[in-house]
Design a protein around this ligand. Sequence first.
Ligand SMILES: NC(=O)c1ccc[n+]([C@@H]2O[C@H](COP(=O)([O-])OP(=O)(O)OC[C@H]3O[C@@H](n4cnc5c(N)ncnc54)[C@H](OP(=O)(O)O)[C@@H]3O)[C@@H](O)[C@H]2O)c1
Length: 315
Amino acid sequence: MKKQSKIYIAGHRGMVGSAIWRKLEAEGYTNLIGRTSKELDLRDQKAVLSFFEIEKPEVVIDAAARVGGILANKDYPYQFLMENLQIQNNLIDTAHKTEVEKFIFLGSSCIYPRLAPQPLKEEYLLTGSLEPTNEGYAIAKIAGVKACEAVRKQFGKDYVSLMPTNLYGSHDNFDLNTSHVLPAMIRKFHEAKVNNEPVKLWGSGSPMREFLHVDDLADAVVFALENKLPEHLYNIGTGKDLRIKELAELIQKTVGHKGEILWDSSKPDGTPRKLMNVDKMKNAGWKASTNLEEGIQKTYQWFLNNQDKFKEVKL
Ligand SMILES: NC(=O)c1ccc[n+]([C@@H]2O[C@H](COP(=O)([O-])OP(=O)(O)OC[C@H]3O[C@@H](n4cnc5c(N)ncnc54)[C@H](OP(=O)(O)O)[C@@H]3O)[C@@H](O)[C@H]2O)c1
């Protein structure tokens, strides 16, 4: 990969896209391009084709998607299925048709069956039923993985899919209606500390989850960019998980909240356990480097510095 190769980062203002942009800049890449959803709606096939014909990117990183937590996925299944299919189909198909040789597709660990053995191996894809609360999103992501696999098989291009575990970090979504568990907890504990109140959290606290700092994912993306990975699908995670209750205690300690934690078990827990097997990526030569405590401290600091700029995520 040349430092002056033209790299299009779809979704460059999002949590993942902006981390990839920062990392590529830091590594000396000088020809990065991005468009906001207002400038280029990736659901619009004609607009995407016209953008590729004008800009002629050499490499595409797809970090654009309709993303949200359990509640948003449950309430808006159509948007999560259809918009993600539209965005990724337009990007993958246009990239292929305009001779883009390298494409990195970002999916999520929810592509794996709800009750697959743990830790999740790439080979468990399509071996059982999905978690119903985010089935639409997962089906769209599986279609993206399969589209990249097909381009790779049929045309010999380097189209690769990276499946990150739960992410967190700078530019996360702290909107409580649509956020994921870790940023939601940071906000809830912070507000409870300020108001001197107990914290009310969703679910039972017993599910086990794995969390990866978004800067580590950006590092993995650059690794995949600079190396031709031999297979089409790789899990990206830390390979370590913890109970949601333990996560809550860690965030409580970082934020400095002193009150009680109340669990609202009327809210859904989601999959009981979700841990990635990350051996394939390790064998290829990459592993995560940020520990969870340090990552949460960095994220809480970002939260404190950016409280006036939080994005509101509307569906
Ligand atoms: N967050 C996680 O925990 C997590 C975990 C695993 C995998 N991932 C994957 O990582 C990728 C990025 O997630 P993220 O957390 O960075 O999400 P995010 O912060 O919500 O960013 C998503 C980006 O997609 C863009 N986008 C959405 N709809 C679009 C459209 N119709 N046209 C053009 N752009 C559009 C948005 O652009 P604008 O800002 O310009 O509107 C935004 O920059 C997704 O594929 C997701 O599946 C995320």
